[in-house]
Structures are given as structure tokens and as C-alpha cells.
Design a protein around this ligand. Structure first.
Ligand SMILES: NC(=O)c1ccc[n+]([C@@H]2O[C@H](COP(=O)([O-])OP(=O)(O)OC[C@H]3O[C@@H](n4cnc5c(N)ncnc54)[C@H](OP(=O)(O)O)[C@@H]3O)[C@@H](O)[C@H]2O)c1
Length: 321
């Protein structure tokens, strides 16, 4: 009797172990196949032409076929009349790229400033973003942005952060590209691993990735990775973000280079970004600053000066995402 029970137990244990080995092998095989698909897409994209900055037209042609200015106005923390006036002033100063987001709570003011400007709609490029809290109901989120902006169509919509249901939200945005209500798509706060996972799951390759980039946080591995896929990189917090700007703008190296060119530290930082192939969207509500931030095409940084600024990298992120 004892022997029978023993044989019975051994058979069960062997069966469970067999199942476990089969399961593990299968998971590895599926993972391997997924990696292959991921790598295939990444490898295919690497064959795509890189987007080239045109310093004459101050614009770049995106993989979506649309043309986007190389410098714009960021509107984080600008609300109400301050936002309306900053955008109006920027448009008067020649700025044609405006970055906003559901989260900034200022899409209505931006839409109004654009409509009131009298500038033909097609000359202005508007980026907005939907937030992870909206990903469960992406259609509502997109309709809300269209309604608040009220400028006929949105030039580019980004997912603000990776999050639950981000792929589903992106797929809804793809439908709006088909209908022409959104022209180009992009991502924000997506890095190498997130991109490798995300790209195989969507049909429209993002035209742009917007991430934190400034001399103290340079993303030197991420930027070329994205650019090599034919996707344009745009930097947020070019001056380090509010609370950090004076440290960056008074950095000895940056001040020295600014003096060499008779320009401001802000202009040096923006120009450094452009020469790295990074589109800039500095935030400001000060008309003089807004104007100054557009005047970044009349000088260029030497290779040595670029290297000096590159050497300032501290991997010092100024926000959590
Ligand atoms: N995707 C994301 O998750 C994300 C996150 C953060 C930001 N963003 C975007 O990136 C944009 C840029 O970031 P940000 O606006 O937060 O920070 P920022 O551009 O690094 O810095 C803005 C600060 O710089 C000052 N400033 C601007 N131009 C200046 C100049 N020429 N000289 C001296 N000071 C100057 C502004 O003050 P004044 O108003 O006095 O000029 C403001 O205090 C945002 O507006 C937003 O559109 C995106």
C-alpha cells in the first residue's frame, strides 16, 4: 500500500514539474518571438531617413509629412489672461509652434489667442497632450481637446506619459488622424525601453517624442536612439524649469559662451538644443524673453563650444517623469 502511494506521489510531482518546464520554455519562446518582432520594427525604422532640421526655413519635416517649426512657446503654468497674452505676443513675434496639454488647463485661452491673431490657421502648429487619467476614455479626451482649442484640427497630439491603456488611447488617436482632425501623433516621457515595447503595438509611428532635456540632463543615449528611428525629439524644461533657471542661466560655461557671441545664456541653451537636433519650446510670459527666445538663428556654436556644454551633463532630472 505504502509503495503504491509513493509511486502515485512521484507521478504527480513528475507531472507538475513537467508542466512547469513546458510552461517556462513556452514563455521563453513567446518572449523570444516578441523580442524578434520588436527588434524587427526597430531595425526597420532605423532604415527610415532621419528628420533634418532646415535652418533656413526654421522647420523640420516630420515622418507624418507635415512641417513643424524648430522653436515654439511652452505654456506649462501659464493660465488665464497671462496665457492668452503670452501666446498672442508669441504669435506677434513670429512664433508659430505652441505646446499645451489638457493638464495645463489653458487650451481654451490658447485657441482664442490663435483665432484672434488673424494668422492663417495652417501657419500655426499646435501640440496638445492627453493625460493618463484620460486614457480609459480616449474619445472623450480627444473631443474635449478639439472643443476647448476650437481651431478646427490639432496639429499634433501626444500621450503625456506612459500609463495604463496608453496603447488603446493611441489607437483612438490614430482614428482621428484618419478623419483629419489630428494631423500627427507623438509621445511624451517615453524612453528607450518604453519605445521598444510601444512601437510594435501601434500602426502610426509617432512623429515626435517630447522629453526633459537641458544642459544638466542631456539624455545622450535616448536622443540618438529616437532620432535614428526617424522620429523628431523635442525638449521640455530647456532652462531647467521654474526654480532651476537661474542656476542654468548663470552657469559659468554658458555665460562665457554667451559673451563670446554677444547673446544671452538662454539663447545659447536653445541654440545648443537645435544643433543637437532637438526642437525647443521654452516657456515664458515675458514679451522680451519670448522675442529673445526666437532670435537663435543668427549665430552658431562651434564644435568646441558644443563639447563644453555637453560636458555640463549631470544626469540631474528636474521632474519625476
Ligand atoms: N511633456 C511634459 O511632460 C512637459 C513637462 C514640463 C514642461 N513641458 C513643456 O515644456 C515647456 C518648457 O518648460 P517650462 O516652461 O516649464 O520651463 P523652462 O522653459 O525651462 O523655463 C521657464 C522659465 O524660464 C524663464 N525664461 C524663459 N525665457 C527666458 C529668457 N530668455 N531669459 C530668462 N528667463 C527666461 C521663464 O520666465 P519668464 O516667464 O519670466 O520669461 C520661466 O520662469 C513647458 O512650458 C511645456 O510646454 C512638457
Amino acid at each position: 500500500m505504502k509503495k503504491k502511494v509513493l509511486i502515485y506521489l512521484i507521478t504527480i510531482i513528475a507531472f507538475i514539474m513537467g508542466l512547469r518546464i513546458y510552461f517556462l520554455l513556452n514563455v521563453e519562446r513567446i518572449k523570444g518571438e516578441e523580442n524578434l518582432v520588436n527588434n524587427n520594427i526597430i531595425e526597420e525604422l532605423k532604415q527610415a531617413p532621419q528628420a533634418n532640421f532646415n535652418f533656413e526655413t526654421k522647420s523640420v519635416k516630420l515622418n507624418s509629412g507635415y512641417v513643424m517649426p524648430l522653436n515654439g512657446l511652452g505654456t506649462y503654468s501659464l493660465t488665464g489672461d497671462t496665457c492668452y497674452e503670452a501666446v498672442s505676443w508669441a504669435l506677434k513675434s513670429g512664433v508659430r509652434l505652441i505646446d499645451t496639454a489638457y493638464m495645463y488647463g489653458n487650451e481654451e485661452e490658447i485657441g482664442k489667442a490663435i483665432r484672434d491673431s488673424g494668422i492663417p490657421r495652417e501657419e500655426i502648429f499646435v501640440i496638445t497632450k492627453i493625460y493618463p487619467s484620460q486614457y480609459a476614455k480616449p474619445k472623450e479626451a480627444i473631443e474635449l481637446a478639439l472643443k476647448k482649442l476650437d481651431i478646427d484640427y490639432i496639429d499634433m497630439m501626444l500621450l503625456h506619459h506612459p500609463g495604463n491603456l496608453d496603447v488603446r488611447a493611441y489607437k483612438e488617436m490614430e482614428k482621428y488622424v484618419e478623419s483629419g482632425k489630428i494631423r500627427s501623433l507623438g509621445l511624451s516621457n517615453w524612453y528607450i525601453e518604453e519605445l521598444k515595447e510601444f512601437l510594435p503595438q501601434v500602426s502610426i509611428i509617432p512623429a515626435l517624442v517630447q522629453n526633459e532635456i537641458h544642459p544638466y540632463y542631456q539624455e545622450n543615449d535616448v536622443i540618438p536612439f529616437i532620432q535614428n528611428l526617424g522620429i523628431v525629439v523635442q525638449g521640455w524644461y530647456p532652462f531647467g524649469g521654474r526654480g532651476h533657471t537661474s542656476e542654468l542661466l548663470n552657469d559659468e560655461t554658458i555665460v562665457k559662451i554667451a559673451n563670446n557671441h554677444h547673446v544671452s545664456s538662454a539663447q545659447v541653451i536653445l541654440r545648443w538644443n537645435l544643433q543637437k537636433g532637438v526642437v525647443v519650446i521654452p516657456g515664458s510670459s515675458n514679451p522680451d524673453h519670448i522675442k529673445e527666445n526666437t532670435d537663435i538663428y543668427g549665430f552658431s556654436l562651434s564644435n568646441d563650444e558644443m563639447a563644453e556644454i555637453n560636458a555640463l551633463n549631470r544626469n540631474e532630472k528636474h521632474d519625476w517623469y
